[in-house]
Design a protein around this ligand. Structure first.
Ligand code: GRF
Length: 196
């Protein structure tokens, strides 16, 4: 299956996915058709190019959401993309994009989406002294972090005394969980049901 990975920043999840495609659990299940960003200078885009991926960007600043997303859909179609994988893509998708790839857009959220939606999930876990947080991979629907959950994995936060440490532990779990979940989905082992 052909993946498009969408990012806006650092791209550490993208790197983990590309490695899984090149030499890990996504080998023979997926190829990375495109790494796309709404921010041309996103560091993750340069990293993707250095890893040998096709890259493209369309600046989103000041653009109307539906119009912009229609262009993104055109671009994704031209790369014959099967699945859209959000990896730190800092933009809410419009129905235009969500409907074009209905049930085929995944996101990773660094918290339990039933407990925390939106930005700053690691800060939230740290500030509330949570002993554990949960990384969530879910399908994207028209709400904010509301789509059907595909997989969750706990992160032990006991003894983490800085936000950096919380993030470090969380990202290590993110990187494994995203590739594992995609591998199960593409192998036909996951049958997502909508959230109650
Ligand atoms: C990750 O924490 C991800 O869960 C969230 O945004 C962050 C992106 O990090 N949606 P990176 O760009 O993949 O390093």
């Amino acid at each position: 299956q052909r993946l498009a990975i969408l990012l806006s920043g650092r791209g550490s999840n993208m790197v983990a996915l590309v490695h899984a495609v090149q030499k890990g659990k996504l080998r023979e299940l997926a190829e990375v058709a495109l790494v796309f960003s709404n921010i041309p200078e996103a560091p993750g885009l340069a990293t993707a190019a250095a890893l040998g991926c096709q890259t493209a960007s369309l600046p989103s600043k000041g653009r109307k959401r539906a119009e912009y997303d229609a262009e993104v859909v055109k671009l994704l179609n031209s790369y014959r993309v099967d699945y859209v994988v959000l990896a730190g893509f800092m933009r809410i998708l419009s129905p235009t994009l969500i409907r074009a790839y209905a049930g085929r857009i995944l996101n990773i959220h660094p918290a339990d989406t039933h407990q925390h939606q939106g930005l700053h999930a690691y800060e939230w876990a740290f500030d509330n002294h949570l002993p554990e947080t949960k990384i969530t991979v879910h399908l994207v629907d028209e709400g904010l972090d509301t789509g059907p959950i595909l997989a969750q994995r706990p992160v032990d936060l006991r003894g983490a005394t800085t936000l950096a440490e919380v993030e470090r532990r969380g990202l290590a779990v993110e990187h494994e969980l995203y590739a594992d979940t995609l591998a199960c989905l593409l192998a036909g082992q996951l049958h997502p049901t909508p959230n109650p």
